[in-house]
Design a protein around this ligand. Structure first.
Ligand code: CA
Length: 239
C-alpha cells in the first residue's frame, strides 16, 4: 500500500511540482494551500506524513505543526525559507521531524520523505528489533515495543527521539559527532546538523534531572555527544 503524503503549500506551482514528483515516486498525495484545511485533512485522511510550508496565508505553519503534534499526528517535514540556524531550530522545536530549506531539489525532498517514513516503520537504528529491553541508569527502553521509561514512568517520545535514545543506549560510553548521528540515526549523509542538536535538546528535556547540566546524555567537547547512563543491562520484565 502506497504511503499517503499531505502536502501543505500555498504557492500553487511549488505545490503541484511537489505533488507530481511524489506521485511519480509512488506516493498517494493530498494537497492544500490552507493551514485550516490541512488540519481537517490530517484528521480525516490520516496521512502517513505531512509536508508543511511554514509561510501559509491563513493559519501559521507553526500553529499547524503544534496542533498536529498535540493531536499525536504523523511525522512532519517542514518546508522553510528561513535560513538561520536559530530559525530552523525554532521550527524543529515545534515538533517537526525534519525540514527542507527552500529552494530544494524534488529529488532531495523525495529522499527525505522516504527517510522519515522508513524511520517511522523501522525499529531503532543500530539496534535489533528482537533485542531485550535495555536499562541504563534510570532509563529503560524496549526497542521492540518502542517504549521508554524514566524511573518507571513511561516517556512520550517522537519517532526520532526514540531512535536517538535507543541508539545511544545501544552504544554506551561512545562519543558520536553530529554527522555520525545524522548518518546512523537519520540515515542521511547530507543535511543540516542542527537537526541533531535540537533532538538532543528535546531528549535532555525529557530524560535529565537538570537538562542544563546533563548527566546521561553528555556533551563531549569538540566531538559531540556520549551516553553516560552506565552500562546497559538487559531486563526481563518492564515496570
Ligand atoms: Ca508559503
Amino acid at each position: 500500500v502506497a504511503a499517503t503524503v499531505l502536502v501543505v503549500e500555498d504557492e500553487r506551482k511549488l505545490r503541484e511540482l511537489v505533488r507530481s514528483y511524489l506521485e511519480r515516486a509512488g506516493f498517494t498525495v493530498l494537497s492544500t494551500g490552507s493551514g485550516a484545511e490541512a488540519l481537517t485533512l490530517a484528521g480525516s485522511a490520516a496521512p502517513d506524513l505531512v509536508i508543511l510550508d511554514l509561510g501559509l496565508p491563513d493559519v501559521a505553519g507553526e500553529t499547524v505543526a503544534r496542533e498536529l503534534r498535540a493531536a499525536g499526528g504523523p511525522p512532519i517535514l517542514m518546508l522553510t525559507a528561513k535560513v538561520t540556524e536559530e530559525d530552523r531550530i525554532a521550527g524543529l522545536q515545534l515538533g517537526a521531524d525534519d525540514y527542507v530549506t527552500k529552494p530544494f531539489s524534488p529529488r532531495e525532498l523525495a529522499l527525505r520523505v522516504q527517510a522519515v517514513l522508513r524511520r517511522g516503520a523501522a525499529p531503532g537504528a543500530g539496534t535489533a528489533a528482537t533485542s531485550p529491553p535495555l536499562r541504563s541508569g534510570c532509563i529503560e527502553v524496549d526497542v521492540a515495543a518502542r517504549l521508554a521509561w524514566r524511573a518507571g514512568r513511561e516517556l512520550t517520545l517522537t519517532v526520532r527521539e526514540f531512535d536517538l535514545l535507543a541508539f545511544f543506549m545501544s552504544h554506551p560510553g561512545q562519543a558520536f559527532t553530529r554527522a555520525e548521528l545524522m548518518k546512523r540515526v537519520w540515515g542521511w549523509s547530507f543535511g543540516d546538523q542542527s537537526t541533531v542538536t535540537v533532538h538532543v535538546r528535546r531528549l535532555r528535556d525529557k530524560l535529565e534531572e537538570d537538562p542544563a547540566s546533563p548527566l546521561l546524555l553528555r556533551t563531549v567537547r569538540g566531538i559531540g555527544y556520549c551516553w553516560d547512563g552506565g552500562p546497559p543491562t538487559a531486563v526481563i520484565s518492564n515496570p
